[in-house]
Each structure stands twice: as structure tokens, then as C-alpha cells.
Design a protein around this ligand. Structure first.
Ligand SMILES: C[S@@+](CC[C@H](N)C(=O)[O-])C[C@H]1O[C@@H](n2cnc3c(N)ncnc32)[C@H](O)[C@@H]1O
Length: 178
């Protein structure tokens, strides 16, 4: 059953990649520095056993740290198949496959109603596009942490500014709660 599920997910990802299914690209791949990943998860108050989802998970670094350090049940959504494969192989090599997974698909086509924490590193206009979906699906109390780009219309309960991540880049993290 698990194999069939994996096959169907991969097939969906392949269709997306080949353009048979249109996926709206919400942001290019630009990874969050590891130090900032940890700050995002800490700001989001992630606890062991909680469900977290990273929307557009890139190489899987947020999902991996959420599982490895915070012992959360972590899921990433990534339509780019190279990034999907890279992150799955890292998850396997770390033996985290029971609590971490990547879905090769479109952010718009998933259900986030069981998430305790959602992490996002997209763009302000993209956040605007996914906001109605999150407003429909997220349970009351679910936390959302967005890296660098706010959700217009939502009031952050906390904002964290990091002046220098060690490489001279500054970052802003926004914490919201539904
Ligand atoms: C700025 S990167 C962030 C990667 C990762 N979350 C991080 O912070 O390191 C955005 C990611 O979203 C993915 N992405 C963009 N639009 C998407 C969509 N509609 N469905 C799934 N993934 C998407 C991109 O391929 C890219 O890997």
C-alpha cells in the first residue's frame, strides 16, 4: 500500500514537472540559511510530536531540522523533482523517514488542516495567493512562520529581526496564529 502511495505521489510530481499539470511557481529556489531555519522553528514554538509543514520545501532543510532536532512529524511540499529527490535521499540517509516526508506536488493541492505549524519562505504576492487556502483549512491555534515576507491582512503576534546571519544577510521572521 505504501509503495502504491509512493508511486502515485511520484507520478503526480512527474506530471507536474512535465507540464501536463500546471503548477504555479510561487518562488524560485532560494534556501533559508540553517541558522535561520532553527530560529524559524523556535519562533514557531515547535514541540515534539507536533505536525509541521513547509510550503515549498526546497532541499528539505526545514523539514529535516524539525524532525531531527525538534522530533516533530514533518512534511514538505515541493514540486521541483530534483529538489524532491535530493530531500528524500537526505531524509533516508539520516534515518528520519518515519517522521519526515516530502510530497512531490503543488502547494495549492494539499490539505493543511492537521498542521500545528506551517513554515513559508515564498514572496509577499505568493503569500497573498495562498492566504485564502490557509484561512479555509488551518485549525484555530495553528501557527504560521514566514521568512522575510509578510502575510498582508494578518497581524503578526511576533516579529523577529536578525541583523546578520553570519554572512552579512539580514532576515525578518513573522509569527502568526490563526
Ligand atoms: C525560496 S524557496 C524556499 C525553500 C525552503 N522552504 C527553505 O526555506 O529553504 C521556495 C521553494 O518553493 C518551491 N515552490 C514554488 N512554488 C511551488 C508550488 N506551487 N508548489 C510546490 N513548491 C513550490 C520552489 O521550487 C522552491 O523550492
Amino acid at each position: 500500500m505504501r509503495k502504491l502511495g509512493t508511486f502515485l505521489l511520484c507520478a503526480a510530481g512527474l506530471l507536474a514537472q512535465e507540464g501536463k499539470e500546471t503548477v504555479e511557481k510561487l518562488a524560485p529556489y532560494y534556501p533559508t540559511p540553517e541558522t535561520i531555519v532553527d530560529k524559524m522553528l523556535r519562533l514557531g514554538g515547535l514541540r515534539a510530536g507536533e505536525k509541521m509543514v513547509d510550503l515549498g520545501s526546497g532541499d528539505g532543510r526545514i523539514v529535516i531540522l524539525a524532525a531531527k532536532k525538534y522530533h516533530a512529524d514533518a512534511t514538505g511540499i515541493e514540486y521541483d523533482l530534483d529538489l524532491f529527490r535530493k530531500s528524500v535521499s537526505k531524509i533516508r540517509s539520516l534515518g528520519l523517514q518515519k517522521i519526515a516526508r516530502i510530497i512531490p506536488g503543488d502547494i495549492f493541492k494539499q490539505n493543511y488542516s492537521s498542521a500545528d505549524l506551517v513554515t513559508v519562505y515564498l514572496m509577499t504576492d505568493s503569500n497573498e495567493k495562498i492566504r485564502p487556502l490557509l484561512e479555509r483549512q488551518l485549525r484555530k491555534g495553528t501557527r504560521v512562520v514566514s521568512h522575510d515576507f509578510e502575510f498582508r491582512g494578518w497581524k503578526p503576534i511576533k516579529t523577529e529581526n536578525i541583523e546578520d546571519d553570519g554572512s552579512g544577510r539580514s532576515h525578518t521572521l513573522f509569527l502568526y496564529q490563526r
